[in-house]
Write a protein that binds this ligand. Structure first.
Ligand SMILES: NC(=O)C1=CN([C@@H]2O[C@H](COP(=O)(O)OP(=O)(O)OC[C@H]3O[C@@H](n4cnc5c(N)ncnc54)[C@H](O)[C@@H]3O)[C@@H](O)[C@H]2O)C=CC1
Ligand SMILES: O=C(O)C(=O)Cc1ccc(O)cc1
Length: 362
């Protein structure tokens, strides 16, 4: 039996556990210091066994996944290094930053055990094991940041296991990872939060701001709902990169101030053209980062009961909806419904079914 131990089975750890659990030859153990969390893991059937004892969870494990908030990773790795681990055990993590944990691993004496940093580039603004899904990582990138001295066969062994998540594995140096992910994930989270808070301030004077906020505002700010503690840790950990990125962001803001002061319409249009061109080159339907869900959009006439009819027709075909959201709905104007699913198969089946009656944008 290959034993996989998951430390911190929340959104990411729980989703990994679901990818491994039930596969022939594998047994999955969850660890949390909190007895209520252990109980919940067992009740939700996310793991085969669960324990509050770190020693018990780690004992005999072939793979250990550290899935706790970034600020706890080093503490966990340091504690594990003191335990009698199985020879050949691979310890990995899922933290959104990679340089500090790599430095910590390099400073420890890990005898007969390898540490290989990892980061599944998929997730959501939700947290906790309640939001876990075995489909979370499908088609997403999964970064591995091995130290250059790590034997390739160990990296390959971990990669083979991670393939069960259906993610696409890519190796990136830890420092470079933090630089790039700072720009494409951490900075956007700061911008989304700052923008929401700017509008929240205006809304205190006039609640019409909130009422009118739809479409673009919602799309661009979804990630502002991320878990405050998880994001506090990520931003503090990657602060050096983020401070530089925010200087560059200030320059982008200053450019728009300048264009507006000059009423430079051509300059503004040029900014939109360049952005649109780059954005259209982004991978489609790749989960994680900005596009995160399997969504379809349905134009709906604005009359009572239509949402219920759509939900019922999908239910009749046993197609599971993971989320439903009215994006725009005004009197006499067709609204748009965003339907989210857990996998591509459900997206395709739902689109086929709804196309019979509605205009569907997949
Ligand atoms: N949220 C996301 O979309 C993504 C998060 N990550 C990384 O994954 C890791 C976990 O994040 P999520 O699963 O989103 O968070 P989560 O809040 O859903 O799960 C965190 C887990 O750590 C445990 N935990 C929290 N505080 C603890 C403590 N003091 N002692 C012991 N256990 C504790 C929780 O009980 C839970 O099991 C973080 O390092 C994060 O940077 C990586 C990719 C995506
Ligand atoms: O929900 C989104 O779009 C995300 O940005 C998810 C995400 C959050 C944190 C990560 O380290 C990786 C991916």
């Amino acid at each position: 039996m290959t034993k996989i131990a998951i430390f911190g089975a929340g959104l990411i750890g729980g989703s990994l556990a679901l990818c491994f659990k039930g596969k022939p030859g594998f047994t999955v153990t969850g660890h949390s210091p909190n007895p209520k969390s252990v109980e919940k893991l067992l009740k939700r059937n996310v793991v085969d066994t669960a324990t509050t004892s770190m020693e018990e969870a780690a004992e005999g494990a072939d793979y250990i996944f550290l899935c706790v908030p970034v600020s706890l990773l080093e503490e966990y790795l340091t504690s594990l290094a003191k335990l009698p681990l199985k020879q050949g055990c691979i310890i990995t993590d899922v933290g959104s930053t990679k340089a500090s944990i790599a430095q910590c691993a390099a400073s420890l004496e890990l005898k007969g055990v390898q540490f290989i940093g990892g980061h599944p580039m998929a997730g959501s603004e939700r947290s906790g094991v309640e939001a876990a899904s075995s489909h979370l990582f499908e088609n997403a990138f999964y970064v591995l940041s091995p130290d250059p001295l790590t034997p390739q066969e160990d990296v390959d062994r971990l990669a083979d296991l991670i393939k069960l998540t259906k993610a696409q594995i890519i190796q990136v140096d830890a420092e470079l990872h933090d630089d790039i992910v700072g720009a494409i994930s951490h900075l956007p989270h700061i911008i989304a939060v700052a923008l929401v808070n700017q509008v929240r301030g205006y809304n205190e004077m006039n609640p019409l701001y909130q009422n009118l906020a739809a479409g673009g505002f919602r799309d661009v700010t979804r990630i502002a709902s991320g878990d405050p503690k998880i994001w506090r840790d990520i931003l503090i950990n990657n602060r050096e990169n983020l401070l530089k990125l925010l200087v560059d962001w200030n320059a982008e803001v200053a450019r728009f101030i300048d264009l507006l002061q000059q009423s430079d319409g051509e300059g503004i249009a040029e900014q939109f053209r360049k952005a649109s061109e780059f954005r259209s080159g982004l991978p489609e339907r790749r989960k994680g980062m900005i596009t995160s869900l399997y969504d379809i959009y349905v134009d709906i006439p604005d009359h009572p009961g239509v949402i219920g009819q759509i939900a019922t027709s999908l239910g009749n075909k046993k197609i599971n909806l993971s989320n439903i959201q009215v994006i725009e709905s005004r009197e006499d104007v067709p609204g748009v419904l965003r339907l989210s699913f857990r996998n591509q198969e459900d997206v395709d089946r739902a689109a086929e079914e709804l196309k019979k009656q509605y205009t569907v944008h997949a």
